[in-house]
Design a protein around this ligand. Structure first.
Ligand SMILES: *Cc1c(COP(=O)(O)O)cnc(C)c1O
Length: 389
């Protein structure tokens, strides 16, 4: 199945088996306790509770959970997958599984804000040494390895700033030093990038974005190879984190149309980004598919498409004018998440502590959904004059 075509995986995986009835889709699994007829059956299940597929107790998983895990394994080309209650839970459980007090963790400086926050507060508070590094360091990240470096966490592209790292170079440097590499690949989804094939050990993603895809579910996904994923899985279970029954079903449903939706937002996002790039007020578009984006060459080499999330730097304006512009948009909602059918806008202020992000202008992030593109352009055209400082 590893080299199955993506559309076939999206249609065939994670569906009821022959013994589970004739429904096209998995049923909603509710409940908590699973019951056994004999102690021998019960003990066999308990001993295997950390393995995907085991029916033991609701917190560890059920048939729908395992169906989604199986489908995500096929999509990412992973040996193993575990679900979490949110993207953040997927990230924090993964990092907790990999580092302990006295260990050193490297984190890319353009990492998702809540990942940074977790590393700076909870992990550092537990005695983990955390160093942020220049996300474009590539193989040079190895210069920061210490004898106690256990893991490296990065993201493609950078949250808010959209630089694309040299994924294979970072992964290879980690592999050579026995450092576990973890990537947040929420932006491309497995449709446009498969980091495990590029040498990365663990992929985390927020399924609240494109996987579920309709802004109606929160879920996190973790995929990777055997031993490391087994440790992560145990941590998710030990913490008591779990994905909800409805969220799992909504993600299975989202999976069926993931490729079509990604192809749409790829086209729509580039169209709007190109249009915005041609406006007087625009200084620069930050979109991995555009040559002006740092790491564009890596995007071309390692990705097969772009999602609908990108940034725009506006010139000679003020925070107050940016607020007026964003408030003046009628068709764009203001919100932190993205990846649904609705278009969104958000001013962002990147935080850097280890590298410089010294670009000019005011950064605004856009997520393009399924709206009519002329409607969006009319909306933007009407609001752009509000950027006048
Ligand atoms: C949204 C997001 C997360 C967090 O996901 P939640 O499901 O909201 O917890 C993590 N990483 C990236 C890149 C995100 O955009």
């Amino acid at each position: 199945m590893a080299d199955s075509k993506i559309p076939d995986i999206l249609v065939q995986k994670g569906r009821p088996g022959k013994t589970e009835g004739r429904n096209v889709n998995m049923p909603l699994e509710t409940g908590s306790t699973m019951v056994f007829d004999t102690m021998a059956e019960f003990e066999a299940a308990r001993n295997a509770r950390y393995q995907s597929g085991t029916i033991y107790y609701g917190r560890y998983g059920n048939r729908a959970v395992y169906a989604l895990e199986e489908a995500l394994c096929a999509l990412d080309g992973a040996e193993s997958c575990v679900l979490a209650s949110s993207g953040v839970a997927a990230i924090t459980c993964t990092l907790m599984a990999l580092v302990k007090s006295g260990d050193h963790l490297l984190v890319a400086d353009n990492i998702y804000g809540n990942t940074r926050n977790f590393c700076e507060t909870l992990l550092a508070g537990q005695g983990v040494e955390v160093t942020f590094f220049d996300p474009m360091a590539g193989a040079g990240a190895a210069d920061l390895f210490r004898p106690n470096t256990r893991a490296l966490m990065f993201e493609a592209p950078g949250s808010g700033t959209f630089e694309v790292p040299d994924i294979p170079a970072v992964a290879a440097a980690c592999k050579a030093a026995g450092v576990v590499s973890v990537i947040d690949a929420t932006w491309p989804t497995p449709i446009f990038c498969r980091p495990l094939a590029l040498g990365v050990d663990v992929v985390v993603a927020s399924g609240s974005k494109y996987l579920s895809g309709h802004s109606d579910a929160m879920i996190g996904t973790i995929t990777g190879t055997g031993n490391v994923l087994q440790a992560v899985r145990k941590t998710v279970m030990t913490v008591g984190d779990k994905s909800g029954g409805q969220e799992v079903l909504l993600s299975l449903r989202g999976l069926r149309t993931l490729k079509m939706r990604m192809e749409h937002v790829d086209r729509a996002g580039r169209d709007i980004a190109l249009w915005l790039g041609a406006q007087d007020r625009t200084l620069r578009v930050l979109h991995p598919a555009f040559e002006s984006c740092p790491g564009h060459e890596f995007w071309r080499r390692d990705f097969t498409g772009a999602s609908g999330l990108f940034g725009v730097l506006f010139r000679e304006t003020s925070d107050a004018a940016v607020t007026r512009f964003v408030d003046g948009l009628a068709h764009f909602g203001i919100g932190v998440s993205w990846g649904g059918y609705e278009s969104l806008v958000l001013p962002v202020t990147p935080k850097r502590t280890a590298s410089r992000w010294d670009v000019e202008g005011h950064l605004v992030r856009f997520s393009i959904g399924f709206d009519d593109l002329d409607t969006l352009k009319d909306d933007l055209a009407a609001a752009l004059p509000l950027l006048e400082p």
